[in-house]
Design a protein around this ligand. Structure first.
Ligand code: ADP
Length: 267
């Protein structure tokens, strides 16, 4: 059982990923594909004449401001653009791929942040109409039913809040929770970098391996958007996933390469 999270950053090829996924599925492996939609949301928002906004918490964490209109655009981008494109690419390769979101059958349940503190011009203000949160419960029953019947699930955000609202969730961390819920052996977080870099963007500074004892050190090396991937790796590893690889989605056969240990291997 392998959970593959594919990133949306520049330079990532869906074709190479889908060729490789199709080959693994043809060999009888169980694969679940997870994706996010951050870059697609930014680009769709601009096309719709809305400049994306980001907010910074008092601790310095930056996240997308997800007001009700942005939530709509986020869902259009995740479900309509990214998910559909991945499902099409897989179906064209003979895979019985099924696109679902974290809302379907309450797959990704999470907590919506009801009040967010944001720092603006040195002043902190409270935002109450934001729709972001974190996935804290995964119900794997739909995924298992689909896989038992020979289908390959392709999961898109949003998640579902306790009050039944869609929420903007981090797909790396949702993928980690999904891997735990499925009892996966491997979680592959594939992006546009060779892995966790000690001195980003110097590709020769790749951290090849991280043991459980050195998770804190790995976390201290990650900045910006790499931080969530290392947090996801930690959550998965400490909850029983045998191996997590932060690997490169830009190369040919990115799944096989990551399974062979190319990238940063957490084990
Ligand atoms: P994706 O959308 O593909 O999931 P993200 O853009 O969320 O990927 O995260 C990958 C990005 O993290 C890289 O493109 C890079 O800009 C950034 N990054 C920050 N620090 C590091 C680091 N230490 N090593 C590798 N990448 C890093």
């Amino acid at each position: 059982m392998i959970v593959v999270k594919i990133g949306g950053a520049a330079g990532i090829s869906h074709d190479a990923l889908c060729d490789d996924a199709a080959a693994h599925i043809a060999c009888g492996e169980r694969l679940v594909i997870v994706h996010g939609g951050s870059d697609a949301t930014t680009s769709l928002a601009r096309q719709l004449g809305r400049e994306p906004q980001f907010i910074t918490s008092p601790s310095g964490h930056t996240s997308r401001r997800t007001d009700p209109r942005t939530l709509e655009i986020y869902q259009m981008a995740c479900r309509g653009v990214v998910n559909q494109s991945l499902v099409l690419a897989l179906v064209r390769r003979g895979v019985r791929a099924v696109g679902i979101s974290g809302v379907d059958a309450s797959l990704w349940r999470g907590t919506r942040k009801s009040a967010i503190r944001a720092v603006e011009d040195g002043r902190t203000r409270i935002i109450r109409d934001d729709f972001s949160g974190t996935v804290d419960r995964v119900d794997p029953s739909l995924l298992n039913t689909l896989m038992d019947a020979g289908y390959t699930p392709v999961i898109s955000p949003p998640g579902l809040s306790e009050a039944g609202e869609p929420i903007n969730v981090d797909a790396d961390r949702a993928a980690a929770r999904t891997a735990v819920a499925l009892g996966a052996d491997n979680l592959l977080l594939l992006s546009n970098v060779p892995g966790l870099l000690r001195a980003y963007p110097d590709a020769s500074s790749l951290v090849a391996a991280v043991s459980i004892e050195r998770l804190d050190e790995a976390e201290s090396l990650a900045n910006g958007r790499m931080k969530n991937k290392v947090l996801a790796a930690r959550e998965a590893l400490l909850s029983g996933v045998r191996r997590v690889v932060i690997g490169d989605a830009r190369a040919e056969s990115p799944i096989s390469r990551a399974l062979d240990g190319a990238g940063t291997v957490f084990a």
